[in-house]
Write a protein that binds this ligand. Structure first.
Ligand code: BGC
Ligand code: NOJ
Length: 816
């Protein structure tokens, strides 16, 4: 795609990259490196940080949040070429570059800067299976003269616990310890006592000097943009004792005209067994670190690892490929949405440029939902995650709202009582089993509250999830909301007048009377999945029991949850309706229209269609569909955090992109493919090229929130990357709109598309079989499979029966 004005960059689909051509993007535009244990966040000016597994407890490098200028701290390079000093990623020196380009790709970032005839291109990635970040710098002399350059690397160590690192200075300024040997700088704070891990920063070249004391490197009162050492061109060989340890190599490079040279830096993490930590008193055992460094000490080795990473992504992204006439659709589905699904699966809501990595672990609700967009990529990891999540559930079906990834234990500080939580487990497990056919997961023994002495089969956990709703219904027979449902800010049982208390953790009011229509719809939707699973397992009695409860819930919604033109949102703690035409503010909310619609409640009576018309009329706008309207203008103590946000932002009238696909899916339930796809394009990143500047956040990924129509700045996005938006939009487009959906008995093809579409193709790898599906729409309908052939043979219905593993199957579907 070509670059348009004000766009800061463009998509390069062949490379699966977003190319940023201007370093001053409206907000740092980041990428994630690593996808298993070692992770890095990297911005387009090489800001960000690295951590091992847990962004709070194992932070390798320091990052300064909420700073001026934004994005402070990173892996920085400084080049001194005569009197000119510059940084190849523009920051931190911010010397104007002759050329700049940042390419964010799948698990890697390449930043190239050029100044006065010298270019530096740095490839950053985390090789598969390694606990380190490779930074391969290629320096090239494009000029006619010999260049003698002084190059300085720079990272600042974090003293491991990222929260403590930002606060406990009275201790931290005395604990920092480093070691330097040859071209490797080791960070070993606390290794002497309770830690079995250290970090290193190496380069595969002789160095002329180094620095490990930040203040010596920078000079008193200087920032990263004015280091004395770089101006002088000479390192100090400083050894940090406390204060702020850093790692900086000084390297002299002479380049003939036309000459190029590669330098490979590695930033790594090492764990050592307790009895093998030292090679001599106070001297760390470096064998493991040196072995890791050696694995990447030549360009050939780096290239081989980079090729392997690319092959890995080729394979992953080959599992669902749409081939349509719409390049934006292909780009979103085939590349960026799946990539974001991987990142949200890994990070939950912990580490981004909007989430500090110190506050939030893995969300019970969030991780279950992230999984539905990820399961086809690496099902084995989805399986492991399901077990981890379910292990934090309590016997009564309720759950901790979050758990820490390092310990995998529930986070007592956040507590529980979010009454939507349990049902998401049913969704993720049924989605997993349909994808994989792996019913054995249901037989796994899974603890309650991580207590190995108290466990039950995973299937039993699902029953408890289901029963938790059944056992917690209010006076209208609708589910009690507890602390909150999906909408964390609708705190109907917690009345807070104290600005120092968190809505997420304050204790509920006595009683907890409020009921949720969102959970009602969720119970019916995932309850049906539960029933279907019971039938698959031959548990007919349990299926019948569950069906009775689902039927009762449908009735309760029809009787007490319908406002005339749309579904109510809730009953509050006083038993009053919320989300009703009777009110002046927040007459209508999106969540209950989405969930009751997806569940098809009242479909036969036209309720779903009616409620979706109301959504279109009251909630939809150019930038997406807002959460509620009109937004609250006053603080309502009885509704909680929602009304603390100014109109149009976040949960108060913002476009909360996570729930837009619920409406898209509901539109496919009523067969309106035109509207479903229209809503898809309103928020899908690939379609926003005219709004890039307005949006501010990365143009290649979804943001959690876009300011709504009532906001002061409509269309401005915030909180990019870590949001359930990624998984849900992926499911909406690939399964409900394009219509390729895993089923217990095979792959279902049930598209609901814009009438105008003629045809498209999908390649889907499902349970080891490659399905090449051609969908033709000669009659120009939205939905309805008129005929289907599998390898030329006609098949009844719309489910492609399971084929033998390893085969490739040709499917032709004609709509009509
Ligand atoms: C945000 C929600 C979020 C919650 C929990 C609130 O301040 O508005 O979107 O889910 O915090 O962290
Ligand atoms: C973000 C949270 O991560 C998610 O769990 C919640 O459902 C939404 N905000 C809506 O409040």
């Amino acid at each position: 795609m070509t670059q348009t004005e004000n766009s800061y960059g463009y998509f390069d689909d062949d490379q699966r990259e977003y190319v940023i051509t201007e370093p001053k993007t409206p907000y740092p535009w980041i990428n994630y490196l690593g996808d298993t244990d070692f992770f890095s966040l990297i911005s387009n000016t090489s800001g960000g940080y690295s951590f091992y597994r847990d962004a709070k407890f194992r932070r390798l490098t320091r990052y300064r949040y909420n700073n001026v200028p934004v994005d402070t701290g990173g892996r920085y390079f400084y080049i001194k070429d005569g009197d000119t000093t510059w940084s190849p990623a523009w920051k931190p020196l911010k010397t104007e570059l002759d050329q700049y380009e940042c390419r964010h790709g799948m698990g890697y970032t390449r930043i190239r800067g050029e100044k006065n005839g010298v270019s530096s291109s740095v490839l950053f990635f985390v090789p598969k299976g390694e606990n380190l970040e490779v930074q391969q710098m290629t320096l090239t002399n494009h000029s006619q003269e010999v260049k003698t350059l002084k190059l300085f690397s720079f990272v600042e160590w974090c003293l491991w616990n990222a929260e403590d690192d930002m606060t406990n200075f009275q201790r931290n300024f005395s604990t920092g310890q480093v070691e330097v040997q040859d071209s490797v700088i080791y960070h070993k704070t606390e290794y002497r006592e309770r830690r079995n891990h250290f970090a290193f920063y190496s380069v595969n070249a002789d160095i002329s000097g180094f620095d490990t004391d930040r203040d010596v490197f920078l000079g008193d009162y200087n920032g990263f943009d004015t280091p004395d050492t770089v101006a002088r061109g000479e390192a100090n060989n400083s050894i940090a004792h406390g204060w702020s340890p850093i790692a900086s190599h000084a390297i002299e490079v002479t380049l003939q005209p036309g000459e190029s040279r590669d330098l490979i830096f590695t930033l790594g993490y090492v764990e050592m067994p307790d009895d093998d930590k030292w090679e001599a008193p106070q001297v760390i055992n470096k064998t493991k670190a040196l072995a890791a460094i050696e694995r990447f000490n030549t360009s050939e080795k780096v290239q081989a690892a980079f090729d392997a990473l690319n092959r890995y992504w080729d394979e992953l992204l080959g599992r669902y490929v749409v081939d349509s006439d719409d390049a934006r659709l292909n780009r979103g589905v085939n590349i960026w949405n799946q990539y974001q699904n991987m990142v949200t699966f890994n990070m939950s809501r912990s580490a981004s440029f909007f989430e500090s990595g110190i506050g939030r672990g893995m969300g019970f609700r969030d991780s279950n939902q992230d999984l539905i967009g990820f399961v086809h990529l690496v099902p084995e990891r989805a399986r492991e995650r399901i077990i981890d999540i379910a292990s934090t559930q309590f016997e009564d079906g309720s759950a901790y709202h979050q758990y820490q990834p390092l310990t995998k234990r529930g986070n007592a500080a956040i507590g529980g009582n979010f009454n939507d939580d349990p049902m998401w487990l049913i969704q993720s497990v049924t989605v997993y089993v349909k994808e994989t056919g792996d019913f054995s997961i249901l037989e796994e023994d899974v603890p309650f509250n991580n207590d190995p002495d108290n466990s039950a089969k995973l299937f039993d956990h699902l029953t408890r999830s289901f029963n938790h709703v059944v056992n917690n219904r209010g006076e209208h027979g609708l589910p009690l909301i507890g602390r909150a449902d999906w909408n964390d800010c609708l705190n109907l049982n917690c009345f807070s007048s104290d600005p120092n208390e968190s809505f997420q953790t304050t204790e509920n009011q006595e009683g907890g009377r409020a009921e949720s229509l969102m959970i009602a719809g969720q119970f019916v939707l995932f309850g049906k999945d539960y029933i279907e699973l019971c039938r698959e397992l031959g548990k007919a009695d349990e299926a019948r029991r569950a069906q009775d409860h689902v039927d009762a819930m449908v009735e309760a919604v029809k009787t007490h949850g319908w406002d005339g033109d749309w579904f109510l949102r809730a009953y509050d703690a006083a038993g009053n309706k919320l989300g009703t035409h009777e009110h002046d503010e927040s007459k209508i909310f999106i969540e209950s229209q989405g969930f009751c619609g997806m569940a098809g409640i009242g479909l036969e009576d036209g309720l779903v269609e009616k409620s979706l018309s109301a959504v279109n009329e009251h909630l939809a706008c150019d930038y997406g569909i807002v959460l509620n309207a009109p937004a609250f203008t006053k603080y309502h103590i009885e509704y909680g955090e929602i009304s603390t946000y100014p109109q149009g932002y976040k949960e108060n009238g913002g476009i909360f992109c996570h729930n837009n696909p619920w409406i898209m899916i509901a539109e496919t339930v009523v067969g309106n493919g035109d509207r479903a796809f229209d809503y898809y394009t309103r928020i899908a990143p690939a379609y926003q090229d005219d709004k890039v500047k307005l949006h501010k956040t990365e143009p290649y990924v979804y943001a959690q929130m876009i300011a709504g129509k009532e906001a002061a700045t409509p269309g401005q996005a915030k909180n990019s990357w870590l949001t359930g938006t990624a998984a849900w939009n992926y499911v909406a487009i690939t399964q409900s709109i394009l219509g390729i959906k895993p089923h217990y008995q095979g792959l279902q093809v049930d598209p609901c598309i814009p009438k105008a579409w003629d045809s498209y193709r999908v390649t889907r790898v499902f349970r080891g079989v490659t399905y090449q599906i051609q969908i033709n729409n000669p009659a120009h309908v939205c939905r309805g499979v008129a005929s289907m052939t599998v390898n030329g043979d006609a098949v009844e219905g719309n489910i492609i029966p399971l084929q033998s593993e390893g085969s490739t199957v040709e499917v032709v579907v004609t709509l009509g």
